[in-house]
Design a protein around this ligand. Structure first.
Ligand code: MN
Length: 248
């Protein structure tokens, strides 16, 4: 073999080895962003408990994807960032952190309120959807009859609370340890957890929750939302609230 051919073979050989090795190095570099990565804890983004299109009867898959993968993720990342220098708070459960906002260092209070509230609200929100609507039964229906004037009146009043929340916020049904229900509206990412209470369910009326399909027609969204409520999940939350085991 002439010397030049040998050199070419060697070169090709080395090149082949290099191309085999390269992808691993490229991926390793791609996995580490140039800026500091978001802190990995103490909180993590829970996966959606169903496919993005599971709530298509009220919410399109693209909205679900953006809402969970970007909006909810940002609340978790920002909450972790706020807590980064406060390791003494890392052992606190989210519901306890939110119930003790007034005791937190002033410098992180607003960040925990907004992002901790956002994390709790969205975790609850995914959990009460993924169903096929209909209506509740048993003890929960009896409580709705007793405290909220029956299922039809409850829906009307809840939609009204959701539709009249000025700007961004939520409509909630709160539940006490005794199983008493009430309707409440809250701005921004505030939650009944901030008063030591519990949300049985809630609907997100931030524009990001509905704008792609409904634009400015919030009442159409809040009406359609009933189509995807999972009443079995809500009934489990109701039982947990009465047992004192409902967390967020
Ligand atoms: Mn939202």
């Amino acid at each position: 073999m002439p010397a030049t051919a040998a050199r070419r073979a060697l070169f090709l050989g080395a090149g082949a080895a290099l191309t085999l090795a390269l992808p691993r190095r490229v991926f390793a570099q791609a996995a580490a962003p140039a800026s500091a990565p978001p802190p990995s804890g103490p909180f993590t983004l829970p996966p959606l408990p169903y496919a993005n299109d599971a709530n298509e009867a009220a919410i399109d898959a693209r909205t679900m994807q953006i809402h969970h993968d970007l909006h909810h993720a940002a609340y978790v990342n920002n909450l972790n960032a706020a807590l980064r220098e406060h390791s003494q708070l890392h052992a606190l459960k989210l519901e306890d952190l939110l119930a003790k906002l007034g005791e937190l260092p002033e410098g992180i209070r607003a960040a925990v309120r907004n992002n901790g509230g956002g994390h709790a609200n969205h975790t609850m929100f995914w959990g009460v959807m993924g169903g096929r609507g209909g209506q509740p039964s048993g003890e929960l229906l009896a409580a709705i009859d007793r405290d909220l004037g029956g299922f039809d009146q409850f829906r009307t009043r809840f939609e009204q609370a959701a539709n009249t929340q000025f700007g961004s916020g939520w409509a909630f049904v709160t539940v006490t340890r005794e199983g008493r229900l009430a309707i409440q509206q809250k701005p921004n990412q505030d939650t009944p957890l901030m008063e030591g209470g519990r949300a049985l369910l809630g609907n997100d009326v931030w524009e990001h929750a509905y704008y792609l399909r409904y634009q400015n027609r919030r009442p159409e969204y809040t009406r359609a939302w009933w189509n995807v409520v999972n009443w079995d999940s809500v009934a489990q939350r109701y039982a947990a609230a009465k047992a004192g085991t409902l967390t967020i």
